[in-house]
Design a protein around this ligand. Structure first.
Ligand code: C2O
Ligand code: CU
Ligand code: CU
Length: 534
């Protein structure tokens, strides 16, 4: 789809009526330019400098489940070393990665409701890191506030970089002082008093989350409970966590990313063409380019996570499965009742938990997972090759859980937030309510346990994520919730020019948390704000 800039602008102006406002603000050119080829995502394609690998050559693997170093009556204790690894992602080429425990994705942490998890992260990387458990109801101290740095255990590189601050930041990284800094390692405590859900953990360092996650700092955390177990969902080899990301590769096989400051120490954000977001041209599932999975002809549970920096996905199985794609869960765990879809839209950071009946295909069928929002090679994600039908006792329950509807009448406050492009000093960036992120600026002071209605307005695509809270979508524009909005969410896929209303439950302990756009380039370029829970 070789859409011209003007066509993209016209189309967006038609859809959202917002481009005019941005042009008027003097910001139209760079952002419009960066939208040229992908109107289904806000971002610009970064073309790899190596030939792309053949699809479907690699056998899909699932990240290893991390073994605890110690368990006691109430808690499982884990140790993760954040380290540089070289891995053969593209056949014949070694790629340097920043990893949790030496693999990308990082090892999966599995937990059960009623037991807490304590993870000690040791930072063996060259720069500070911050770990966030996305979707976790975590005390503020362990939530990975962006300036709560874990300093490198070897400070050589970081100190050298800090010593020459000649191109000192014009951005907002000056605000990194004052965090709760730890040296070399940090122990994060996760009570996990919450429903079963597909959570994930990733880096959240102030100003540099985009490049850190791009280099590999992301992993699954699967949280389970008795309610979910009772449903007898497909498990073991029939439960596949699938982390989908787009990436681009440099000529030497390293990951290509257009950082303004390649040292990843001073200047936040990306170069001008990419300020709307970085879109890769290689699709990775669990770290493998366009893999192939052999599956038995039986129901499978797919836990889908879009861990891309900016790319939105519209997923579909081709040919379509018998009974459709049955959605059982979302960001915050099980739905009330299953929903049937023919495709799934997934914005960055969102999860969808689905069941697919591979038993409905004749043995030998090749089923492609397509991405209808991708052009060319990005139109495919992976494929499944269906084996023989095997004994299958799974039947989809009519009811999965009981999800009480968040009643607007319980709301004790209504707030509005605009997510828009804007200027930060001399640079272009992204703002919430006209403001760039400031660690000391509180955008909302809320009561622990309370419910509020938030109205969110977007100029472009903004996958808005709240820490310390979960929400239900009440309304999009003048309509009700969208097809993928049901259940408890932590990230909403806001469309260009859209207004949405969400009912937010602040179900975490008091403390300071962030909310932000999960387009990681937007986040790094200041589209983040603070919630103070009291
Ligand atoms: Cu997935 Cu604030 O992050
Ligand atoms: Cu989060
Ligand atoms: Cu955004």
């Amino acid at each position: 789809m070789a859409e011209t800039v003007m066509a993209a602008i016209n189309r967006r102006a038609f859809i959202g009526g917002t481009i005019g406002g941005i042009v008027a603000a003097g910001l139209g050119v760079p952002i419009a330019l960066s939208l040229q080829s992908a109107p289904t995502s806000t971002g610009n394609l970064l073309t790899s400098r190596i030939p792309l690998p053949e699809p479907f050559r690699r056998r899909l693997t699932v990240p290893p489940v991390l073994a605890p170093v110690r368990t006691d009556a109430s808690t499982d204790h884990y140790l993760v070393r954040q380290q540089i690894t070289r891995s053969e992602i593209i056949p014949g080429t070694m790629t340097e990665l920043w990893t949790y425990g030496g693999s990308f994705p990082g090892p999966t942490i599995e937990s059960r409701r009623g037991r807490s998890v304590i993870v000690t992260h040791v930072n063996e990387l060259p720069v500070p890191t911050v770990v966030h458990l996305h979707g976790g109801r975590t005390p503020a101290k362990s939530d990975g506030y962006p300036i709560d740095f874990v300093l490198p255990s070897d400070m050589t590189y970081y100190n050298q970089q800090l010593a020459h601050r000649d191109h000192a930041s014009a951005g907002h990284s000056a605000m990194t002082a004052g965090g709760d800094v730890s040296e070399g390692e940090r122990t994060y405590v996760y009570p996990l008093e919450q429903r079963a859900a597909t959570l994930w953990y990733h880096d959240h360092r102030m100003d540099f989350t985009g490049p850190s996650v791009w280099r590999g700092l992301a992993g699954f955390h699967l949280h389970r409970d008795d309610e979910e177990d009772a449903l007898d969902l497909p498990r073991g080899a029939r439960e596949l966590p699938l982390m989908i990301v787009d990436r681009s590769f440099a000529a030497d096989g390293s990951l290509l990313y257009p950082s303004s400051d390649p040292t990843l120490v001073h200047e936040p954000g990306v170069m001008g063409d990419y300020i709307a977001g970085v879109l890769g041209d290689v699709m990775l599932v669990n770290g493998m380019p366009w893999p192939e999975a052999r599956v038995d002809g039986v129901h499978h549970r797919l836990r889908l996570l879009n861990a891309s920096n900016a790319r939105r996905l519209s997923l579909r199985l081709d040919p379509a499965p018998r009974g459709g794609i049955m959605q059982i869960g979302t960001d915050g765990g099980l739905l009330d009742a299953p929903l049937t879809h023919d495709h799934l839209v997934l914005a960055p950071a969102q999860r969808l938990d689905v069941v697919v009946d591979f038993g409905g295909y004749p043995p030998g069928t090749v089923v492609t997972l397509r991405n209808d929002y991708g052009n060319g090679r990005m139109g495919e994600v992976m494929r499944f090759v269906v084996g023989d039908a095997v004994e299958d006792s799974f039947t989809m329950p009519d009811r999965l859980s009981s999800v009480a509807t968040a009643a607007e009448t319980e709301s004790i406050a209504t707030r509005a937030f605009h997510f828009r492009a804007g200027d930060i000093g001399e640079r272009h960036g992204w703002l919430i309510g006209g403001q760039p992120f400031g660690a000391d600026e509180i955008a909302a002071t809320v009561a622990a346990g309370s419910l509020e209605v938030w109205e969110l307005f977007a100029d472009f695509h903004h996958p808005v994520h709240l820490h310390g809270a979960s929400f239900q979508v009440l309304q999009r524009g003048s309509e009700g919730p969208g097809a993928f909005d049901f259940g408890w969410k932590d990230t909403i896929d806001l469309q260009p020019g859209e207004q949405a209303r969400i009912a937010v439950r602040f179900d975490t302990n008091p403390g300071k948390y962030v909310f932000h756009c999960h387009n990681l380039e937007h986040e790094d370029m200041a589209m983040m704000a603070n919630i103070l829970i009291r």
